[in-house]
Design a protein around this ligand. Structure first.
Ligand SMILES: *Cc1c(COP(=O)(O)O)cnc(C)c1O
Length: 400
């Protein structure tokens, strides 16, 4: 056998975290890493948050899983809370982002089907979008590299350049059912939609009776300083996919929809064995207990501004490597003059974890409850790493 026991779909780095404490991950060798990756925007309360841990422990000891054949009161409670906090009238719970995407897409197609337009079966999505790794999700992104080697894939998606309203409009036909977009592209490189773009998509959807779907799996749940990113645009979707941060580290996702949009999602149209299990519901409640507070959200905004400011002060010292920082709240992208993966790898030695993204961007996605000293520490580590990186490159000692 040459294939490893673990299917080799990831290029894993050397870090082996054994414990998490607040904003830090502790490696097997005892080394402490400041975690500005947060499991890719998942651990929004940091690691080992007492309220989240206690809630999960208590629920696990009481009732972990029951089938959706039974009544699960915690689902009603969490759904009602999300309905009260958002545009939505109804919620379906999943275990992951891609499942939230699937439910969102099915909801949109079913809407058209039962509203007298069964011929509307296509969805407009965007270049460099990311919606997950299912067959449907990879066929719904203009990102070529996700699709190879799975072609031919279902042909149900038309791709427009992100933030290009005219090009999007030009793709609408009498077969179009929905437009799906990330208000802030994550994997694509922390690229916020422009207000005119999101507002224009809303207007197009209203005009043509299309479903507007927001994928807030990465940018949602307080990450950008509002509970959901679209709140900052004055635009509401018909359907929204949520996951990552909502479980704070427990696998949880949700598809939220307006009453109108969910008209086709009747008994038997969708389901999930694990989706909405009492343990996940408890985790979701515990996360919302903390993050859905105005003070918490205002603090995310303030911390985001502090981090941007601190990074902007650092950039001129390393303007051969860094060109700028963009994003919203604590969903930030440090733009580089070159491919980012080698720098992200190198910076780990200096005790800081970040994530590479498309378009030469280093993602800074810290837990949302960090404090000012973490910001100073992060920027000084990035700066130290940049100095050493430049030297290693010049000396020809850059690994791999
Ligand atoms: C991560 C992500 C997904 C997929 O989530 P999984 O939990 O990995 O299935 C979907 N959409 C966006 C915007 C994401 O960032």
């Amino acid at each position: 056998m040459t294939i490893p026991a673990l299917m080799p779909t990831y290029a894993r780095c050397e870090v082996e975290p054994v414990k998490g404490e607040g904003a830090y991950l502790i490696g097997k060798d005892g080394k402490r890493y400041l975690d500005f990756a947060s499991g890719i925007a998942v651990n929004i309360l940091g690691h080992s948050h007492p309220h989240l841990v206690e809630t999960i422990q208590k629920q696990a000891a009481t009732l972990m899983h029951v089938s959706n054949l039974y009544s699960v009161p915690a689902q009603w409670e969490l759904a009602q809370r999300l309905v009260d906090l958002t545009f939505a009238d109804t919620v379906f719970f999943t275990n992951s982002g891609v499942e939230a995407f699937e439910c969102a897409a099915k909801t949109a197609l079913a809407y058209q089907h039962v509203s007298g337009h069964p011929e509307r079966t296509r969805i407009i999505t965007f270049n460099n979008a990311f919606h997950g790794r299912s067959i449907a999700a990879i066929s719904a992104t203009g990102s070529e590299k996700l699709r190879v080697p799975f072609e031919p894939l279902p042909d149900w998606s038309d791709y427009a350049p992100f933030n290009d309203l005219e090009a999007t409009k030009a793709l609408i036909t009498d077969k179009t059912a929905a437009i799906m977009v990330e208000p802030v592209q994550g994997e694509g490189g922390i690229l916020p939609a422009t207000p005119e773009f999101l507002q224009g998509l809303r207007a197009l959807c209203d005009e043509h009776d299309l479903m507007l779907i927001f994928d807030e799996v990465q940018c949602g749940v307080a990450r950008t300083g509002t509970l959901f990113a679209h709140e900052q645009y004055g635009v509401t979707p018909d359907i929204m996919a949520v996951a990552k941060g909502i479980g704070g580290g427990f696998p949880l996702g949700a598809c939220l929809a307006s009453e109108k949009a969910a008209v086709g999602m009747t008994v038997g149209t969708h389901g999930s064995t694990y989706g909405g299990n009492p343990l996940g519901m408890a985790a979701g409640m515990a996360v919302l207990d903390v993050v859905a507070e105005p003070d918490f959200l205002a603090n995310v905004k303030r911390l985001g501004e502090r981090l941007v400011h601190a990074v902007e002060q650092m950039i001129p010292n390393h303007d051969d490597l860094f060109t700028g920082i963009r994003g919203k709240g604590l969903m930030l992208g440090l733009q580089m003059t070159e491919a980012t993966r080698p720098f992200v790898n190198f910076a780990r030695q200096y005790g800081i974890l970040t994530v590479a993204a498309g378009d030469n961007v280093v993602r800074l996605l810290p837990p949302l409850n960090i404090e000012e000293p973490h910001i100073e520490e992060a920027v000084s580590k990035l700066s130290e790493a940049a100095t050493a990186y430049r030297k290693a490159k010049a000396d020809g000692t850059l690994p791999g």
